[in-house]
Structure formats: C-alpha cells, structure tokens
Write a protein that binds this ligand. Sequence first.
Ligand SMILES: [Zn+2]
Length: 461
Amino acid sequence: MVNISIETTRKRRTPYATKELNQFTSEEIRSYQEVLLQKQLKRAVRNSEYYRRIFRELGVNVNSIKTLEDFRKLPPFMNKDLERESQRLSFEKEGHPFGEHLLVKPDQIAFTGTTSGTSGTPTFTYTFTERDIRTMNKYIRNMLEYGGIYKGDRLLFSHSLGIYATSSILFGVREHGVLPIDVDVRAGSDMILKYAQMSRPEGAMMTPSLAEYLVDRAPQLTGQEVGDLGLNALFTVGEIGIGIPEIKRKIETAYKCRVYDYLGEFGFSCDSEEYHGIHAVAPDLVLFSEDLVDPETKQPIQVEDGVVGEVILTELSLEGLPRIRYASGDLVQVFTEQCPGCGFTGPRLKVVGRSDDLLIVKGVNVYPSAIKKVVASFDEMLTGEFRIVLDSPPPRVVPPLVLKVEHREGVQKTDLGYIEDILKSALHRELRITPDIDWVGAGTLKKQLTKTPLFEKCYEG
Ligand SMILES: [Zn+2]
C-alpha cells in the first residue's frame, strides 16, 4: 500500500475548547476541575433523592469532598443496571423515563438520546437541557475548526439518527454555521455516496467501519473513488478504527485527507501522521481520563503513562442528567506524557474496548481490539474481517480460542498453512494466545454499516 503524506501547515498544539485553559498549567486545570466538581456534587444532592440516598448510605457529607483524591475514594454511583432501575422508578413514581437522578424538571429537557441498545433495555443516558446543548456545542465547534471545517462548509453526517445519541452532535455542527448533509446510515451505501457526490461536502462524520466499507464499494456503485469526493477532513467515532495504523493509513490514503477519531464532546485525535490517541480537550466538561478503576475489582488505580483501566465518568458542567461517578464499562489506555505529534500536554487516551468484551483465556486477559490489531497487520493476505467464535458466555474461554478469519481473494489454499503459522506466532508473541484458525474466503463475514460485531455467539443458538 502506498503511504501518503497529507499536506499540513498546521502541526499546532491541539487546543482546549475553552480558550482560557490554553494558558493554564496542568495544576491550575486540576484545581478548576475540583471547583466544578464540588459545585456539581452539591447540586446533585440538592436536586435529587438518588444522590442524597447515595451520600446517606455512604455516611459521607458532600461538603467534605473537596479534591479529586477525596472523590476517587468513593465507589461508583451509577452503572447501566442502576441507571435502568433509576429510570424504572422515575417512570413509576413521577411518570418520566429519565431516572431519579435527573437534576432538573422533566419539562426542561430539550433533547434525549439513547445508545444503540444492543445490550438490553436502552437507557436515556444522553438527556440534555437547552443550556447543556449550548455548553456542548463549543466542544464540537473546536473540533471542526481544528479539522479545518468552517462556517459555510458542508458536512456529510452518516449515522443512525432518530433516538440515537449521535444526533446531538448536529446541534454543534449547525451552530458552527456548517450545513449537515445527514443521510441515515440505514439508507445504505449507495444513497450515502450519491448524496456525497451531489453535495460536495468539505467534511464527513461516520463510523470507521462505514468509512472503510465505502472505500471498497464506491468504485462499483458510483464509478468513482472516495478520494474523488474532495473531503478535507473525516471524523470517525464509536469503534477502535483508526487507532490501528493499517486502518488509519488505508482510510487516509483512500479519502486523501486526515482522519480524526473523536469521542463525542470529550476529545479528538490530533493532526499527526501517527495516531496518538484522543486528546482530552474538555477537562472543564468531564472527568474521565483522570479517574480509572480496575475493571474487575472496581478499585481506583494510579493514573500514570500507559496504564489501562475502566473509565469512571463525571460530567462537571452539564445540568440536566449529568453522569456522576458513572462506571462506563469503557476500557482505555491513558497517556500522560506530552503528545509527540502536536505537543498537547493534557491526558490522551486510546480506547481498548468494553469491559464486557474482555476474554480470559487460560488466565490471560485478551481484548478483541488487540486481536483486531494483529489481524489488520497482515493487510496483504487478510481482509481484516474476523469473528471470535464463542461456545459459552464470556469472559472465560475454554481453550483453544477459535477465530474465524477472512483471507483475501487470490490467496491460494496451499498458502493458508504458511499464513496460519505466521498469524498464530504473531498472536502468541503479542497476546500470549494460540487460537485455532477457521479460514473463510473474502466477503463471507458480513460487513455492517454501523458497528461490526466481534463475536459469533454460538451459545445463543
Ligand atoms: Zn497530539
């Protein structure tokens, strides 16, 4: 594959969305976060029985929580299950679905969005007031500007819309003066490409899976390459995609522009050839890379360069339904050293996966994202598509772990033995696993326009 170098004159330090913070030292940012935290906790206790109950049961006076250290000694206040229960109770007692942890009156809610609801009853986690939306818009604007998308530009926006949380990004896009061309991903790749060709957007937002899928489909469907769309920037979200060097290179080479990975309003990756993680440019909006726990014991872990942990999320400046000490289930690796690409001095993080995706094979922790990374490195022989075949519910796997792996078209049956040897030895070297490989031909494993599944769960029948 040809390695391209994207012309850039910027190479500037990734900026905080709140301009004043760019002049702050790390210590000053930390103090500011603690001021916001104290304020948010007092408000939570004042406005919600849910949080009053938590502090009562812990026997802790909210006024005694002054520093991040004090706060991190407390157990998580919320997780998906507790959130569902809180929603059930508010529905029963007060007739609204947002939960007993709502901090405003239900009629002050201006937007509500859920996650894709792939695991059980959806939660209305993304519930905002008008003020919350205005607060968050600033962070979206900062990201678009950094990517070179300005007022008067157009942005292809291809996610599942409707009740899904991603839609809230559109408020910030519009407020920035950018016209969204929002083509629901369920319309299909043909329609997405048609709208892109007709509207000539400067930027695009989608999942990395879709971006990759369109690279392969565009010539057949439109007779043109995705590079002919003339994008200046592509923003991807929701999956470990461009954190894998081969995928970043493939997408950037094909679209002929820089790809930025983002995590809602919380941060985005910088304009550098190599991927250096999501830069936490919203420390006044959220605590997350500062607050990690061990995914199994839920005990706080020391946040230092390179550490992996589960994010405990606290939204510091949202007023409607902020997440507070929320065990997110997201596993990240945090970097605290200055970014070698752009010089950003705040924390950066790479998404490792969901804590419920974790597999344990013979006592070794295995993350599907790590398998994906190894498979992607055999780009010339493999399509990059694979599934982990599970006979019983995770995390424990009775060895051998079985991987269904797609080889490229043109790979001879007689070559598979050799490819299997080098793939297995790479997996053993990187992850200390020796899986069985079940080979399938190119195109066998269905690509999804939204999130590509990692598992084939045979036990589900
Ligand atoms: Zn950087």
